[in-house]
Design a binder for this molecule. Structure first.
Ligand code: FES
Ligand code: FES
Length: 178
């Protein structure tokens, strides 16, 4: 039997009837059409489904939609304001913090909480803060730099901005075909 849940997502309040077994990530994607929140594993490991619930990051495959009664949820679609990217989104853009992009929404949402809790994290603290989010492409190096970029620009006190690792390019000129 369906239950009614009323919750706010990215500033809009919704009241919907859902099956009690519906996971929050499925509710966001299938019911509200917010497909920026990804599903990577469904077993609480990858972090691709991370959203903010009342300001706390949550892997949205670990909760039922009906548990969200009265909650304020932010998804990746709710981060940019008036056409301006959130500093963490901008950081991922500037520092090339993604390749396929599958992990990126969850990685960014987790980073929002990380910088909310610690405005000046060390590299070690950043790596610890995103340890619940898996990336199969980047090796994490530019993800860390993206978060450092965001921290520096949020705080505006920074003097040193990290450089993104350049893509590997073969310096040898291409030989003409004989
Ligand atoms: S889909 Fe939720 S942790 Fe992987
Ligand atoms: S950029 Fe592909 S999984 Fe992270």
């Amino acid at each position: 039997m369906k239950k009614t849940v009323k919750l706010t997502v990215n500033g809009t309040t919704y009241e919907r009837d859902v099956e009690p077994r519906t996971l929050l990530v499925h509710f966001l994607r299938d019911n509200l059409g917010l497909t920026g929140t990804h599903i990577g594993c469904d077993t609480s490991q990858c972090g691709a489904c991370t959203v903010l619930v009342n300001g706390q990051s949550l892997k949205s495959c670990t909760a039922f939609a009906v548990q969200m009664q009265g909650a304020e949820i932010t998804t990746i679609e709710g981060l940019a304001k008036e056409g301006e990217l959130h500093p963490i989104q901008q950081g991922f853009w500037e520092m090339h913090g993604l390749q396929c992009g599958y992990c990126t929404p969850g990685m960014i949402m987790q980073s929002v909480q990380l910088l909310d809790r610690n405005a000046n994290p060390s590299e070690e603290e950043i790596r610890h803060g995103i340890e619940g989010n898996l990336c199969r492409c980047t090796g994490y190096q530019n993800i860390v730099k993206s978060i450092q970029w965001a921290a520096q620009h949020k705080n505006q006190g920074a003097t040193e901005v990290p450089e993104a690792d350049a893509p590997q390019v073969d310096p040898k000129p291409i030989s003409p075909v004989p």
